[in-house]
Write a protein that binds this ligand. Structure first.
Ligand SMILES: [Zn+2]
Length: 302
């Protein structure tokens, strides 16, 4: 085992104007991991942009043409983002990054994309802050290439993984599990397993319900788990009310990542959302998730 693969590209960052989504977090998490000694700059794998052929495994040609042509249509205009070449490029790189991380995870057991997790994107429609569903693209590339048959997406973002659920609705080999705040964006789609939680749920109940959900994931016997590790269930998040503490979020990460490790299931971390009042909290939560993943793949105890 060569240690966890860590994937990142400077192209993930793009200018979306004044916005609640802090695009600079990707670079800040990368810097925090280096500063903490968990990552050497030279180890970072740089993805290219996902190819059109790969994007077509999750998205329609008409939608991809709209994105490439920067055309505001019913397919693109429902995003809550501007539509510029730089932004489309960022999402295309994020999809390339999650795909690279998934490939690497098969050999190394754990991989981290310091980016990605854009779970709201549908086959032919943007949604939320998501243009391209990197999670489903990565799973479908590996399935197309014959590297895996069965996979699971474990989505612990505050928001339901609606795009992922819809994209995978007729793929019995791909188990979608979303645990999220029920009374909140988006309009819910049907995952293989949805756990919708009440406002103010807190650490203890959240992690008990997560553990129950993960039992269903393990029953599916996935050959790869894509983990959407959104930081937005945090108690000081501006968009959410699930009220998890930093410690509760760490327990969450361990339930998912150590659960995969114990069963020998390769896992890929993607970051997803995170809108803490203080950006430093969002960065801290994501950095901790990445550290847990990276340290799991090391021979020495963490
Ligand atoms: Zn979210």
């Amino acid at each position: 085992m060569r240690g966890a693969a860590v994937v990142h590209a400077e192209e993930y960052r793009c200018d979306i104007g004044p916005h609640v989504f802090p695009m600079e977090k990707f670079e800040l998490v990368r810097q925090a991991l280096i500063a903490a000694g968990d990552l050497d700059e030279s180890q970072i794998l740089h993805p290219g942009p996902a190819s059109r052929e790969d994007l077509l495994l999750a998205h329609t040609p008409e939608y991809l043409d709209d994105l490439a042509g920067l055309r505001l249509t019913r397919r693109t205009a429902c995003s809550e983002l501007p539509l510029t070449a730089e932004i489309v490029r960022a999402y295309t790189y994020a999809a390339g990054g999650t795909t690279l991380a998934a490939r690497e995870a098969l050999g190394r057991r754990v991989a981290v994309n310091i980016g990605g997790g854009f779970h709201h994107a549908f086959a032919d429609m943007a949604s939320g802050f998501c243009y391209l569903n990197d999670l489903v693209i990565a799973v479908q590339v590996l399935r197309r290439d014959g590297r895996i048959r069965r996979a699971a997406v474990v989505d612990c973002d505050l928001h339901q993984g609606n795009g992922t659920a819809h994209l995978c609705r007729s793929m019995p080999e791909v188990f979608t599990f979303s645990i999220h705040q029920e009374h909140l964006y988006p309009v819910k789609e049907v995952s293989d397993l949805d756990i919708g939680l009440d406002n103010g749920t807190g650490d203890e109940e959240y992690n008990a319900r997560l553990a129950e959900g993960l039992d269903r994931v393990w029953e599916h016997q996935p050959e790869l788990v894509l983990y959407q590790a959104g930081a937005d269930p945090y108690e000081d998040d501006q968009l959410g009310a699930l009220k998890l503490t930093l410690s509760g979020l760490e327990t969450r990460d361990r339930l998912v990542l150590e659960g995969c490790e114990r069963r020998g299931i390769p896992a890929v971390v993607t970051l997803g959302g995170g809108y803490a009042r203080r950006l430093s909290d969002t960065v801290r939560i994501h950095t901790r998730t990445c550290q847990i993943a990276i340290r799991l793949a090391r021979p020495e105890p963490s």
